[in-house]
Design a protein around this ligand. Structure first.
Ligand code: MG
Length: 297
């Protein structure tokens, strides 16, 4: 073969390889592995996550980015808000005995198992409140499966799904890592918790959530983004966090790992407890206070 043809063939081969490589990259939704040095002693630790996802506002991190720093671990104070009785103006949503305040996604009775003062995720679908509130304070207690099973997003995954559009992640994040915008207390896919005050599996943990719904005018122009503040075991982990839009991968119409955006809805929203592959997370002592912000203004 003449050198000219060899060169042409090599160029052609290189082009094909580059094309195949690009195609494989485009079609492979597999986990990227982090090069972050998060492990004890500084050794490299593989953290699940994605680098082929949209950039979040600010342009620093991808959604579900394995390189986004893991929040510092904090040991919470013992017992903060565990077993907290509802204030007089709260509505008790679950007292450990019955699910009458809850329904399935079709409006039928909620059918998760209730036993020994708690409910346990026991169906493929979540359950949601029959009531709706625009802006609220929510107290929820949960316990992760013990002994722990699974890893990453498969380790005791549930969630607080506001209107089935916005998720505060429930996960076993005690000595367990995943992409930081997907760990316990994250606004999933958007904002990791400020710190990680998770308790060991089996222990009762608390979320105290303050939520303000997004608002639109009658032309469906967004007037106000949703904001959320979350205390996790008594530690502030989200502080007036402004949501980018609906959470990816739940019911709000944004596909998993796709760019988040807002879809107009009434300010009154329900609260759903997520069934993530029926991971058997337990819940108890749930109550809510209507903040009546709109009426106060
Ligand atoms: Mg979840």
């Amino acid at each position: 073969m003449k050198p000219k043809y060899v060169k042409q063939n090599l160029v052609c081969l290189a082009g094909r390889l580059a094309f195949i490589g690009a195609l494989v990259m485009a079609l492979t939704p597999t986990y990227a592995q982090s090069n972050a040095t998060n492990g004890a002693g500084g050794q490299k630790e593989k953290i699940e996550g994605f680098k082929n996802t949209p950039m979040l506002p600010g342009g620093k991190w991808h959604m579900h980015d394995p390189d986004r720093p893991q929040p510092p671990v904090v040991t919470p104070g013992a017992g903060f808000s565990v077993g907290a009785a509802p204030p007089s103006d709260a509505e008790l949503l679950f007292d450990g005995k019955d699910l009458s305040k809850w329904q399935n996604e079709n409006g039928g009775d909620a059918s998760w198992k209730v036993q020994d003062g708690y409910m346990i995720v026991s169906r493929a679908n979540g359950i949601r409140t029959r009531g709706k509130w625009a802006d609220f304070q929510l107290h929820v207690e949960f316990a992760e499966p013990s002994p722990a099973t699974g890893a990453g997003q498969g380790r005791g995954n549930s969630g607080i799904l506001i209107n089935n559009m916005y998720e505060v992640q429930v996960l076993d994040s005690y000595n367990a890592k995943t992409y930081s915008d997907g760990q316990a207390g994250a606004v999933y896919g958007q904002m990791p918790p400020l710190v990680n005050p998770a308790k060991p599996p089996g222990e009762w943990q608390t979320y105290d959530i303050i939520w303000e719904s997004p608002r639109w005018n009658d032309k469906n122009e967004l007037l106000q983004k949703a904001t959320i503040t979350v205390l996790f075991n008594g530690v502030v982990i989200q502080h007036k966090t402004e949501l980018i839009g609906s959470t990816d991968g739940i019911g709000g119409g944004v596909a998993w790992r796709a760019q988040s955006f807002y879809k107009p809805h009434a300010p009154e929203v329900f609260v759903e407890l997520q069934s993530h592959n029926s991971n058997p997370v337990r819940f108890r002592n749930i109550w809510i206070r209507d903040l009546n912000i709109a009426e106060r203004q």
